[in-house]
Ligand binder design. Structure first.
Ligand SMILES: [Zn+2]
Length: 110
């Protein structure tokens, strides 16, 4: 019998240990990396909106200019999932190279 290490999808570490089951009976794992942002994870999520790689793809597609409905259609998610994931992201850093201010926005000529 081959014991396969369980990789955490958040930190890519191999420190996953069994941690009970979900309500539907799927095995749940716990990441033992103390610096990992998530504690528990599943090997196979039923809904693709829960997969960390898909969540990262939502952010990347947004940065490339895709809209919410475009992302939802391409990744086969609900638009609500896309919006919820984008709202979770931290706000841009205040020490940006281009500080936003009302004076920086060009006024319309008319
Ligand atoms: Zn982890």
């Amino acid at each position: 019998m081959v014991v396969e290490p369980v990789r955490c999808p958040h930190c890519e570490g191999e420190a996953g240990v069994a941690y009970g089951q979900t309500a539907t009976g799927k095995p749940r794992f716990r990441c033992q990396n103390e610096h990992c942002e998530r504690r528990t994870f599943l090997r196979a999520y039923s809904y693709q909106g829960c997969v960390p790689a898909v969540k990262r793809q939502i952010v990347e597609m947004t940065l490339n200019g895709s809209g919410v409905r475009d992302i939802a259609r391409v990744l086969q998610l609900s638009p609500t999932t896309v919006i919820a994931e984008l709202k979770k992201r931290p706000q841009p850093c205040s020490t940006s190279t281009k500080p936003w201010s009302k004076a920086a926005v060009p006024r319309r000529s008319r």
